[in-house]
Design a binder for this molecule. Structure first.
Ligand SMILES: Cc1ncc(COP(=O)(O)O)c(C=O)c1O
Length: 366
């Protein structure tokens, strides 16, 4: 057996004709930057999310950076976020000269613990960047209530949550502005880097559009801060093909997640809780084990690839030594980092592969 965490090549083989045609269409069109494909993808992805605006950018990292910039985050502002995420959830805050402040998470879901949010707010706090980790929406109602009370803006890091819903509303429409990644292994992934900013606010979207093209609306007129961060035209054409399949892929991910959960019940590993009102996009299937490292090594021997999302909490990364977080200062996050393990999950995972992964976990326990 050789079971990958995500079978990317298997997915390409299945949709090869449609994808190749889309790529060839761009090559033949003569438009290689922005153009119709990017515009149509933006409209289609906005519709998918139920949002008014979508701006395609070069990566999820840039989507976060440009979202924060559009909200006016700047030097010495504080932005509250979580430490159990991909590093750019926090580094994009730092890139603008602001300071990430790490709040702990709920061990049952691995998402931001709203009960711990208010104690982190100071007179410098301007925004919250929350993550819908592993595809499960964060518990937004209490977070939104606290943000309103303290006049804070909300950025959703929805890089893992394409298609997730919270009380019927899609990830990407739950805060002021949202960042998506189209990194190849995401629920909606290109064949290269890509990202998008989603918002209902046309003013924020207009700012992001300027920032992604050197700070301009019009050639040779540079009116604001800017970078070069456009969603690549070939990626947009590929993403348009994949977006049509995304609802069925998410359904498949949900089915596989239900099956994993049922087959693992009664074993020594824990699965995460899903909060009421949440429909997870089931991006990753994460279990917890007290013997995580030994289990991961055992599974590797059995031909099962696994992942750890994420082994080192962001506040413990060398870049943030200067912030002075002592060991134990974000305790639940630090504990989870030693226990979490992501099992193979993608729409192409076969039933017999899933059964083999579960059997291998049970064999480890014997
Ligand atoms: C939660 C989260 N935030 C941010 C990112 C950054 O996205 P990208 O790799 O497209 O820059 C990722 C993906 O890697 C992610 O999973």
């Amino acid at each position: 057996m050789n079971i990958e965490l995500v079978h990317l090549k298997r997915s390409y083989e299945r949709y090869r004709n449609e994808i190749d045609q889309a790529v060839l269409r761009v090559l033949a069109s003569g438009t290689y930057v922005l153009g119709e494909e990017v515009k149509l993808f933006e409209e289609e992805f906005a519709t998918f999310c139920g949002a008014k605006q979508c701006v395609g950018v070069a990566s999820g990292t840039d989507a976060l950076l440009l979202s924060l910039k559009a909200l006016g985050i700047s030097k010495d502002d504080e932005v509250i976020t979580v430490a159990n995420s991909f590093v750019s959830t926090a580094t994009t805050i730092s890139m603008l000269g602001a300071v990430p402040v790490f709040v702990d998470v709920d061990e049952r879901t691995c998402n931001l613990d709203a009960k711990k949010l208010e104690e982190k707010i100071t007179f410098r706090t301007k925004a919250i960047v929350l993550v819908h980790l592993y595809g499960q929406p964060a518990d937004m109602h209490p977070i939104i209530a606290i943000a309103k009370k303290h006049n804070l803006r909300i950025v959703e890091d929805a890089c893992q949550a394409h298609g997730a819903r919270y009380h019927g509303k899609s990830a990407g429409t739950l805060g002021d502005i949202a960042a998506f990644s189209f990194f190849p292994s995401k629920n909606l992934g290109g064949y290269g880097d890509g990202g998008a900013v989603v918002t209902d606010d046309p003013k924020l979207a207009e700012k992001v559009r300027m920032y992604r093209t050197y700070g301009s609306k019009q050639r040779d007129h540079y009116i604001t801060w800017g970078v070069n961060s456009r969603l690549d035209t070939i990626q947009a054409a590929i993403l348009r093909v994949k977006l049509r399949h995304l609802p069925s892929w998410i359904e498949k991910r949900r089915e596989l997640t239900v099956r994993y959960t049922a087959l693992l019940s009664g074993s020594s590993v824990k699965v995460l809780d899903v909060i009421s009102g949440a429909e997870s996009a089931c991006h990753l299937f994460v279990i917890r084990s007290k013997k995580r490292d030994a289990l991961q090594a055992f599974l590797k021997e059995k031909g099962v690839s696994t992942g750890i999302h994420y082994p080192v909490p962001i506040h413990m990364q060398p870049i943030y030594t200067e912030l002075g977080y002592a060991k134990g200062s974000v305790p639940v996050t630090e504990m989870l980092a030693t226990e979490i393990l992501s099992l193979p999950l993608c729409p192409e995972l076969l039933d017999e592969e899933l059964a083999y992964v579960v059997k291998s976990i049970k064999d480890f326990e014997l």
